[in-house]
Design a protein around this ligand. Structure first.
Ligand code: CMC
Length: 428
């Protein structure tokens, strides 16, 4: 028999169904709560609220498990390509050879970005943040493709919109990078694989092919896979809330990029590097900075530490830490902030404040060190996170529409004034 939980409020007792997921996760279905009792639930930050059922990503924060469509992140990061993982997230299964070749071909047919987008760069102030540019360019794609805006149009149209966005995103990111350093943009070379093409547009030059080191391509591939999805996080939930009104995919993803920008979410990778650099310039005294992070009267937090769901370790951080070591070694880069990061990590892991709150390095603690070794300026780090997270946002948006989810519209408990009469300006 299906499990239920009993809730009694005043004279009313109701049975709330317990919903069980495929990994035995359990949740209380409270959809009948307000109708039966007049109550709503209050859960700031949605710390205990499941917004949806989902078949895309499984995460167990206590055991440090992360799987896309059932496949462990460790196996995907080690063996798969980013487009293979994107296919998996979007369509539910790993592609066979023909399916992957077809998917890659479709992506390579849509890599060009409308030439008019170059005009945007004439308008941005010279030091504007790449995330601000990315948000506006992605949202503006909707103005170039008015025929494919309706998410309820044919499945083919929706698929075309998804492919267009996935294919054009690396081109847009590389143009933002080039424009920010004042270099000419580089056009896609469609015989290259997705990551190599992106690296060619980002670090290559217009006139000649630049050989991108396979170690770098491999590291970027891994980083993108590790960021590709993370179930109902802040930016994904934003994409879905916006998409739940049936706004188009470009508008929904642009909103997700805005959510990602904050330092508590994807912006943490930039904040980590800036923090490590500050510690270095301050003489490398990690104890002083740990004390600051523990001091409740000081707004400083140890960036790259802590996670809403991981309470023992973040499996992505373990893979990235190893990758950081090997990338820096293979590239012959000796970055003093890597040593500071390791010292800080060790001190925090042995500190009662961090131990008792189960605060561990998250995915962003070491990713910036790799990006910096490759040659990305810090302002590009969160843009790289967005490039990785894109297939996850799209897959979750697609699933939301397939589940025919209702518009996202939370309730509240009002704590403001009771009704009062307007007072004319002269009498106030
Ligand atoms: N430094 C110092 N104290 C911390 C930190 C930190 N990085 N993170 C959490 N705490 C403390 C917090 O002050 C609170 O202490 P107390 O119980 O005494 O009030 C306790 O730990 C619980 O923290 P919380 O803010 O209630 O936890 P949360 O689940 O709301 O926040 C978080 C999670 C990731 C926003 C937070 O840990 C944080 O701000 N970390 C630093 C920013 C960061 O690295 N973000 C990237 C997250 S991973 C990438 C992604 O997927 O977004």
């Amino acid at each position: 028999m299906a499990e239920t939980a009993t809730l009694t409020y005043k004279d009313t007792t109701i049975e709330l169904p317990v919903i069980e997921g495929s990994e035995q996760e359990k949740g209380l279905d409270i959809s009948k709560l307000r109708g039966s009792t007049g109550l709503v639930t209050l859960d700031p930050g949605y710390k205990n609220t499941g917004a949806t059922t989902s078949g895309i990503t499984f995460l167990n924060g206590e055991q440090g498990i992360l799987r896309y469509r059932g496949y462990p992140i460790e196996q995907l990061a080690e063996n798969a390509s980013f487009t293979e993982v994107s296919y998996l997230l979007l369509y539910g299964d790993l592609p066979n050879k023909e399916e992957l070749a077809g998917f890659d071909r479709k992506l390579s047919m849509h890599t060009l970005v409308h030439e008019d987008i170059k005009n945007f760069f004439l308008a941005y102030p010279s030091k504007s943040h790449p995330m601000g540019q990315l948000i506006s360019i992605v949202s503006s794609l909707s103005t170039f493709y008015p025929d494919s805006l309706d998410p309820n149009r044919s499945a083919e149209k929706v698929d075309l919109t998804m492919i267009r966005l996935l294919a054009k995103f690396p081109t847009i990111v590389s143009w933002i990078f080039k424009k920010n350093i004042g270099h000419p943009i580089v056009y896609p070379q469609n015989h290259l694989d997705f990551v190599s093409n992106f690296m060619h547009m980002t670090f290559g030059q217009r006139t000649e092919d630049v050989e991108i080191d396979a170690v770098i391509v491999d590291a970027v591939n891994k980083l993108l896979i590790l960021h590709a999805d993370h179930e109902q996080n802040c930016s994904t939930s934003t994409v879905k809330i916006v998409g739940s009104s049936h706004a188009n995919l470009y508008a929904s993803v642009s909103a997700g990029i805005s959510a990602l920008w904050g330092p508590l979410h994807g912006g943490a990778n930039q904040a980590v590097l800036e923090m490590l650099e500050n510690i270095r310039l301050d003489g490398g005294n990690t104890t002083k900075w740990l004390d600051k992070a523990k001091d409740k009267s000081d707004p400083f937090r140890l960036m790259g530490f802590g996670h809403r769901v991981y309470k023992n370790f973040d499996p992505r951080a373990i893979i990235i830490k190893k990758a950081a070591d090997s990338v820096l070694e293979k590239l012959g880069v000796d970055d003093p902030v890597l040593e500071i990061a390791k010292k800080l990590e060790e001190a925090a892991l042995n500190d009662d404040y961090f131990k008792s709150r189960k605060l561990f390095p998250n995915v962003d603690f070491y990713s910036g060190i790799i990006y910096r070794a490759i040659g990305f300026p810090v302002e590009m780090f969160t843009v790289m996170f967005a490039l990785g997270r894109l297939p996850g946002w799209i897959a979750q948006w697609k699933e939301m529409l397939e589940l025919k989810s209702p518009i996202g519209r939370p309730r509240q408990i009002y704590t403001g004034h009771n009704e009062r009469n307007f007072v004319a300006l002269n009498d106030r």
